[in-house]
Ligand binder design. Structure first.
Ligand SMILES: *Cc1c(COP(=O)(O)O)cnc(C)c1O
Ligand SMILES: [Zn+2]
Length: 437
């Protein structure tokens, strides 16, 4: 197996060795991707992948490395470090389906991952590449799920994780994970873009491997979210796959995976991709709505309470645009109120997720109302992160104290207030009887 890095820019398509330390194309500045896998006997491969589910081997137990033939960038898997990422369930959600107005809705819940988000699917691959390159330190610029995941995988692999964050701009839930997993955390007195430029120079100088969203090996790992989903559905594609869009790495990964699966004969057709953005951070939605020609116009000050998709200038937009167009997909932008209400509905299914994930249900509902997605459609919506990532948001919503970034109140449409009661069994019994569910 010999894979390469290929420039994604159709006018360039330059090729580089798979072990070149590159993040973008040196010739044109374009995004890089790993060359596609070659799978000759699709049927046999499906059987092998299914058999591995009963194995006690570490790689076989991983929902990423179980599909290692689909990730052609490594020849030697002996150094791979897995926390048994992936293995996330497909959860039936009839109540959420009714809310969205669709026939069938199943959630692929990536919040079941070791650090609570889909970033783990990609990070195990990013760290595997860092190890093969003999790097000893890895870095990213993030306060979110990326830093939590990178910290865990780097520490598990004996690498030093270094996290750069803008000073005074901290999200405690996710940062707490990074600290606990042992990341060296640097708060820099600069904004996000300035820090990114700084880190690029430092990484080159000091030999630190960058695991930002642009890293093509993370994208490879995230492909397995779609492979596992198809395996769980006995290789029957749904009509639509709905996901939230921030930096658009996941959109790029899903599209690449689906195309490669079809080319290898693993699935008969492509599902359509629907990418949902928050109203205050929707440059990709604007680009697709305008027909997809030209360049993405960045949003200067992206705003949304769904912090995992608060991205104004998504790095993977050229790939994501290609994937949405190729699949005959769609985009939508949703308000803070729509996200909050959809999130509470997902909670009422007994499932739960973080705010960015709930954009999927809100967007699906909107695309149904607009007639873009048909009533009988068979839909898989990807919940990207765990409910406990953002408990503050939840408490505020249910007690009617949640506000948009602009200070507008968010109605607790499906609010669930805790009730204060006196120490009086009669009155408590009365209350319980009057509120019987
Ligand atoms: C990173 C992240 C996203 C955004 O994914 P992109 O690949 O950047 O589009 C959405 N939801 C959660 C929970 C995330 O961690
Ligand atoms: Zn190029």
């Amino acid at each position: 197996m010999s894979s390469e890095l290929i420039c994604f820019n159709a006018a360039c398509r330059a090729r580089y060795p798979i072990d070149a330390v590159l993040y973008t194309c040196p010739r044109c500045g374009g995004l890089l991707e790993v060359s596609p896998p070659v799978i000759e006997r699709a049927g046999e491969m499906k059987t092998l992948w299914r058999q591995r589910r009963t194995s006690n081997g570490a790689l076989d137990q991983s929902g990423v490395w179980r599909y290692r033939e689909f990730l052609p960038f490594l020849d030697d898997f002996s150094g791979v470090v897995t926390l048994r990422e992936g293995n996330t369930p497909l959860l039936e959600a009839p109540r959420a389906a009714r809310y969205a107005g669709t026939g069938r809705l199943v959630f692929k819940h990536q919040g079941f991952n070791p650090t609570g988000s889909f970033k783990d699917n990609g990070m195990t691959c990013g760290v595997a590449q860092a190890l093969r390159l003999k790097m000893t330190r890895v870095a990213c610029v993030s306060t979110g799920n990326t830093s939590a995941s990178m910290a865990a995988y780097a520490s598990a692999a004996g690498l030093q994780p270094v996290i750069f964050i803008p000073h005074g701009n901290i999200s405690y839930g996710k940062l707490a994970q990074a600290l606990e997993y042992g990341a060296m955390t640097l708060q820099v007195e600069a904004n996000f873009d300035e820090i990114l430029a700084l880190v690029r120079v430092l990484a080159e100088q000091l030999g630190i491997y960058l695991l930002n969203s642009i890293n093509p090996f993370r994208i490879e790992g995230q492909k397995t979210i779609m492979v596992e989903m198809m395996d769980q559905r006995d290789w029957n594609p749904p009509d639509w796959v709905v996901l939230p869009g921030g930096n658009l790495g996941n959109t790029a990964a899903f599209g690449k995976a689906l195309r490669e699966m079809r080319e290898c004969g693993l699935i008969p057709r492509l599902p359509r991709l629907a990418v949902i953005q928050a109203e205050g951070a929707a440059p990709f939605q604007a680009l697709v709505e305008a027909g997809g020609a030209g360049k993405l116009e960045p949003v200067k000050k992206p705003e949304t309470l769904a912090t995992a998709i608060r991205i104004g200038d998504p790095v993977s937009w050229p790939k994501a645009l290609h994937e949405v167009m190729t699949s005959g997909g769609a985009t939508a932008k949703v308000s803070e109120q729509e996200i909050a209400d959809a999130k509470a509905q997902i909670g009422l299914c007994g499932i739960g997720c973080e705010p960015a994930s709930a954009a999927t249900l809100a967007g699906l509902r909107q695309l149904r109302e607009r007639g873009v997605i048909e009533r009988g459609a068979d839909v898989v919506a990807v919940l990207t992160g765990n409910l406990l990532k953002d408990p503050d948001y939840i408490y505020k919503y249910h007690t009617g104290r949640l506000e948009t970034p602009g200070g507008e109140p968010i109605r607790p449409t499906f609010g669930n207030q805790p009730v204060v009661v006196p120490n009086d069994p009669v009155r408590i019994a009365e209350l319980l009887e009057s509120r019987r569910g």
